[in-house]
Design a protein around this ligand. Structure first.
Ligand SMILES: Cc1ncc(COP(=O)(O)O)c(C=O)c1O
Length: 501
């Protein structure tokens, strides 16, 4: 649609303009720092940072109803910069001009209703929002789009020299960073650090395919994270983990899209998010808070974080009901099928603590909860979802298991609808399905496959005397006729097919 076809009152707002005043804000000491350089921690107190819009009050002068119209009408424009997360340009760093936006097709992932069987199983009506349908097959692309767009802006407008984008990863951050890094013709190269043997073969193949330098380190994600943190403090690199506050801004789009998908009436929803390094739940909470503050949504949805028993530091922290008595303690993780969230010392914990407090202040104590699920529950939930038309990964399974538990325990009212974050594509984690189907989980995983969820291919093998097709070799017609008679008979018998009359 052309601009002059839109209602007159909307036209001045349709195409975003670069501008605004932003600062890094420290959530611990409250100090602010300029954004003209990359900063990951507060120079004064060392805590993690967020990006603050210093002209927020200017956005608040626009009524919520007009914001809703702006976002809805923007979906009809064909500008590449507005097709993805930058539809919400003013909320995720309008200092980045549209021409600096790097868009690889991220965002606008489908919200898919669960069928009646699955809703029954979970105990409530729910939807999966399939972030596995992003370009590198996980939600990380949302944050990479904003962090790389910011780098692009620094290169194009602030004279930044060539930069090495670096990250630690449980598999999905590296896939995403490598993909976005590879899109740059010049100026950016990427390197990723992975815990050796702790990412799936599919995830390892992604940064290799994108041409990034892939470096494996012994230990788990938390060890890799320490190394990249050291590197980012002492060497000239751009850290692309969610410790980089620009990543958080882009990931807030998940909340904005949920609001828009439900016509901004989301006060009756519960949103379930898996927690690892806690960047995602930080962004989801911050996103809903911003929408609420601008009057775009009249009420806040409930947010549930979900963790595995094998990597549960955030769950343990909130187990203590009294705020003053809570003490954060990192945990030593154990092998988990939700391997992408297998993190014992989440970098974003200070952000989570602050945002949960604010969220609860606005929407009540029950508005944010953290639930814990077993490895068995995660696998059973993922496979049950996949059996009912969804392509969720183990972390998506973790959300479904968490939702079912929240309903069963009364934390989530059965009448309340839920949106579950299916954070990555199921195919990235097919090794866990293979282990389940072949009953080959190592004992530490504590997963016992259920017969009704297992599956295996059946080989139809012609007996001696019946010819077999050989790839690349033509079969004589009579041989093929005999093979066809045998194979179709065997398949019909296996499937219990009835002959047509
Ligand atoms: C597929 C997937 N789900 C969930 C998470 C957890 O997200 P976060 O680390 O932001 O808490 C990650 C990454 O860590 C992931 O890759």
């Amino acid at each position: 649609m052309k601009i002059d076809q839109f209602p007159e009152h909307i036209r001045p707002y349709l195409v975003p303009r670069a501008g605004g005043e932003y600062a890094y804000e420290c959530f611990s000491c409250g100090r602010e720092h300029g954004i003209e350089r990359l900063l990951y921690t507060c120079p004064d107190c060392g805590s993690v940072l967020m990006i603050k819009d210093l002209e927020w009050s200017r956005l608040k002068r626009i009524p919520g109803s007009l914001w809703r119209e702006i976002f809805d009408y923007r979906s009809m424009l064909t500008l590449p910069a507005l097709r993805g997360i930058y539809r919400y340009h003013e909320l995720i760093g309008s200092v980045i001009p549209p021409e600096s936006v790097v868009w690889l097709g991220e965002g606008y992932t489908p919200v898919v209703a669960a069928n009646a069987v699955l809703c029954d199983w979970a105990g409530c009506a729910f939807f999966f929002k399939n972030d596995g349908q992003n370009p590198s097959a996980s939600f990380k692309d949302r944050g990479m789009a904003s962090a790389f767009s910011y780098l692009n802006y620094l290169i194009g407008h602030r004279g930044m020299e060539d930069v090495l984008a670096i990250c630690a990863s449980t598999g999905d951050t590296s896939a995403s960073a490598a993909l976005y890094g590879s899109y740059f013709v010049h100026g950016v190269k990427s390197a990723v650090l992975l815990p050796h043997g702790k990412v799936t073969p599919q995830q390892l193949g992604q940064p290799l395919g994108s041409g990034a330098r892939v470096i494996e380190i012994p230990g788990v994600f938390d060890d890799c994270m320490k190394v990249v943190e050291y590197l980012s403090e002492h060497y000239s690199v751009a850290l692309m983990n969610s410790k980089n506050a620009w990543r958080i801004l882009g990931q807030e789009s998940y909340s904005y899209e949920i609001a828009q998908a439900f016509d901004y009436e989301i006060g009756d929803l519960a949103v379930f998010v898996p927690i690892g390094n806690a960047g995602n739940i930080t962004a989801v909470l911050q996103g809903f808070l911003k929408l609420h503050d601008l009057g775009i949504i009249p009420a806040l949805p409930a947010v549930f974080g979900v963790q595995s028993e094998h990597a549960n530091p955030v769950y343990l922290y909130y187990l203590e009901p009294e705020r003053e008595k809570r003490r954060f303690r990192p945990v030593t993780v154990r092998p988990s099928v939700a391997q992408a969230a297998m993190i014992g010392n989440p970098v974003s914990m200070p952000r989570v603590v602050k945002l949960v407090e604010e969220y609860r202040l606005r929407a009540g104590e029950d508005a944010v909860r953290v639930v814990e699920v077993s490895e068995q529950e995660i696998m059973d939930a993922m496979l049950t979802a996949n059996r009912n038309g969804h392509i969720v990964c183990t972390q998506g399974g973790e959300c479904l298991a968490g939702c079912r538990k929240a309903v069963a325990s009364g934390m989530q009212a059965a009448g309340r609808r839920a949106v579950l974050d299916a954070t990555a594509h199921a195919l990235k984690f097919s090794v866990f399905q293979d282990k389940y189907f072949s009953d080959s989980f190592e004992p530490e995983y504590e997963v016992v496959p259920k017969a009704e969820l297992r599956n295996a291919p059946v080989l139809v093998s012609p007996p001696d005397g019946v010819p077999k097709p050989v790839p690349g070799r033509e079969m004589p017609p009579e041989d093929f006729r005999r093979f066809l008679a045998f194979a179709s008979g065997a398949v019909a018998e296996l499937l219990g097919l009835k002959r047509k009359q």
